[in-house]
Design a protein around this ligand. Structure first.
Ligand SMILES: [Zn+2]
Length: 295
């Protein structure tokens, strides 16, 4: 499958499937290895680590990286009782490769390992991503404790989501993007899941019945799982894959970014509406506009 990064129409960010692909890459390439050196090459990359770059480096030097976890779009590696937490932002990448390869000017944090094997480079052209070291954060780092479980986590509670959605009084797409309700769903996969579930994005959440929420949740899981499969990267290459854009799921998109193109189900031209300074894409036939709407 072609993997050319293509900017989405709204400047899309990595979403859950891309981040999960990175998590798997980290699990494969760095879990179980001991850090030799840590160098923060740009202080902005550790701006959320309030104790500063030197403290970040000191907290991690000589430590072993354990299991790689993800919640929504956050990644963390357990480091004993502590955690190394990362958010990729718009353009962050975690790249694994031979330590003697040239250092790109976009490398922000550089980890080498005591086995002298492949190193790990946090590379971020736009520097919206960040990393921090969180003491006692191995199980669930404090800075992300407010983020809801994501629909691919075993801890995700579908019944609770139904209850909370119906109490929310907002449009269903806004609810899907609310990380305190359900995490890891961004603009692209929200539009795709709503299309699959036949729901308009402005449908008021309090009018959703149980079967509709179940259908929507199944659609969210299906879209995320398919995108994850499409992003399933070959671990032969020493590259922990994230392309920083939507990229490889492009070919499977039914509505997102496809204004005016035929709906794959009914052929009606896909409609684009402005939505929270971005866009919402729907099929006007398959996702009729609700009589009462919450824009
Ligand atoms: Zn349609």
């Amino acid at each position: 499958m072609a993997r050319h990064p293509r900017p989405g129409p709204d400047g899309t960010m990595p979403e859950l499937p891309e981040v999960e692909t990175v998590r798997r890459g980290l699990e494969h390439h760095v879990t179980g290895r001991a850090i030799d050196t840590v160098r923060v090459l740009h202080p902005r990359a550790v701006r959320r680590h309030l104790a500063g770059p030197a403290d970040f480096e000191a907290g991690l030097t000589g430590r072993s990286l354990d299991t790689a976890h993800r919640r929504g779009k956050y990644l963390w590696l357990s480091v004993g009782e502590d955690a190394l937490l990362a958010h990729l932002g718009m353009s962050g990448q975690l790249l694994v490769g031979e330590p003697d390869r040239p250092l790109s000017p976009h490398v922000r944090i550089w980890f080498t390992f005591s086995d002298s094997g492949p190193d790990l480079r946090f590379t971020d052209q736009r520097t919206f991503g960040h990393m921090c070291f969180v003491p006692d954060g191995a199980e669930l780092p404090g800075p992300i404790a407010h983020i809801a479980p994501d629909p691919l986590e075993p801890a995700f509670d579908a019944a609770e989501l139904t209850q909370r959605l119906r109490r929310r009084h907002t449009g269903v797409k806004r609810a899907l993007l609310d990380q305190s309700l359900i995490s890891g769903v961004g603009n692209i996969y929200a539009d795709e899941a709503l299309w699959r579930a036949g729901l308009h994005w402005a449908r008021p959440t309090e009018t959703l019945n149980g079967p509709e929420v179940a259908t929507l949740l199944a659609a969210v899981r299906e879209v995320l799982t398919e995108a994850l499969t499409a992003g399933g990267t070959s671990f032969d290459s020493l590259y922990v894959d994230v392309n920083g854009e939507s990229g490889y799921f492009d070919r499977s998109l039914a509505v997102y970014g496809r204004e005016g193109l035929p709906c794959p189900r009914c052929g009606a031209p896909v409609r684009r509406d402005p939505f929270m300074n971005r866009s919402a894409y729907t099929c006007p036939q398959c996702q009729p506009r609700p009589r009462r709407a919450r824009w």
